[in-house]
Design a protein around this ligand. Structure first.
Ligand SMILES: Cc1ncc(COP(=O)(O)O)c(C=O)c1O
Length: 364
């Protein structure tokens, strides 16, 4: 694939491309995608209507300041709109952060089972990704603090984390923020924050400190993954720097319109949170009774543990034959686990029944 004379920066070729969760299965009549932590109920109907209405004026550039969406986010989360930045998914905010704060010779620290985009964005910026070990699939603050050097510029933590679903306490996160070297910025990725009742993604910590940023997304509980919209909240000095890197029209008018309505449809979001918690608990219990335990998950997926990597791979294949597409975690270093998005009731019951058959000896 390489060209003789036109050559990317060497670091770019070190990037292992992001592998998207599968969306097709090998068999079964109906494919149920449980591999990308999407909302099985879709977005708020009001947000969908706003998206369609905005599509009536596609010739018009979006508002570059995102003022309306920032105001809506700020109202709902009781935060300062001047310190909010919007991006094409929180992936783009992660990329802004790496491009702004980390370059050649700098280190970007994240935990062992951290989200794949942290090392990808770090490498794209020229920086060196560094992993700190986790303890039993939980973020380990002491390990992160030990891994810090005078070259650490960014520390990424998702809480709850993907792909483990586990969460650590606000006190632990605060201890991490307090213990970081002075040149390091802590990024708290709250992609799954809305699934935790009463949790605002550590917004208070962002308020209280000048070395903490929070990222959030509309792709998960808000069901707008296809629209590509996310946001960040941080100290003034950080938001100012990120806005210098941001392209003026980085977010589409349709995505802005849908997100503005989605964030304010609190009743719909709450309904989705309650449904997710109900079926997450149900599925976790069902799988535990058939010999597939999982850590307590605070997100919209669970991660059952199989007796071996081979068993997990065979279960993945068997689920596919029934039209159930889940996420293998070999690339994350968890080959004996599968990540299963909490779908609707029909999907959860189908996963439980199919894995029960599998555990009784059924194979593809
Ligand atoms: C932990 C975490 N952060 C960020 C993202 C990126 O989400 P998006 O770019 O769709 O906002 C994801 C998506 O899966 C995620 O799991």
């Amino acid at each position: 694939m390489s060209h003789k004379t036109i050559i990317p920066q060497p670091r770019v070729l070190d990037i292992a491309p992001y592998v998207q969760g599968k969306s097709a299965a090998t068999g079964g009549n109906r494919v149920t995608k449980l591999s990308a932590n999407e909302n099985p109920h879709g977005p708020s109907p009001l947000a969908r209507a706003a998206y369609i209405e905005a599509a009536g004026a596609l010739e018009v550039y979006p508002n570059s300041s995102h003022a309306e969406l920032r105001a809506a986010i700020a109202k709902v989360h009781c935060i300062n709109p001047e310190r909010v930045i919007c991006g094409a998914g929180s992936d783009e905010i992660i990329s802004f952060l790496c491009n702004t704060y980390a370059g050649i010779g700098d280190e970007v620290l994240y935990s062992q089972y951290g989200f794949a985009m942290y090392p990808i964005s770090a490498l794209a910026a020229g920086a060196t990704p560094v992993q700190a070990p986790e303890t039993e699939r939980h973020t380990d603050v002491d390990a992160l603090l030990t891994a810090c050097t005078d070259r650490t510029k960014l520390v990424f933590i998702a809480n709850p984390n993907n792909p483990t679903g586990t969460m650590i306490s606000e006190a632990e996160i605060a201890r991490l923020a307090e213990g970081l070297p002075p040149q390091a910025l802590l990024v708290l990725d709250g992609a799954y924050a809305e699934f935790v009742e009463g949790f605002n993604g550590h917004a208070a910590l962002v308020e209280a400190r000048d070395n903490v940023v929070m990222t959030r997304t509309f792709s998960k509980i808000y069901g707008l993954g296809g629209a590509r919209i996310g946001w960040g909240y941080g100290p003034e000095h950080v938001i100012d720097a990120l806005n210098r890197v941001r392209g003026p029209f980085n977010v589409s008018a349709t995505a802005l319109a849908a997100a503005e309505v989605a964030v304010q449809d609190a009743a719909y979001t709450e309904k989705c949170r309650v449904e997710n918690a109900k079926w997450r608990g149900w599925l976790r219990d069902e799988l535990a009774t058939i010999g597939l335990p999982s850590d307590e998950s605070f997100a919209n997926f669970i991660v059952p543990h199989f007796e071996s990597a081979e068993a997990a791979a065979a279960a993945d294949t068997y689920l596919q034959t029934k039209g159930l597409v889940v996420r293998a975690l070999t690339g994350y270093g968890l080959p004996a686990h599968l990540r299963i998005t909490i779908g609707d009731e029909i999907a959860c019951r189908a996963v439980a029944a199919t894995l029960a058959d599998f555990m009784k000896g059924a194979r593809a």
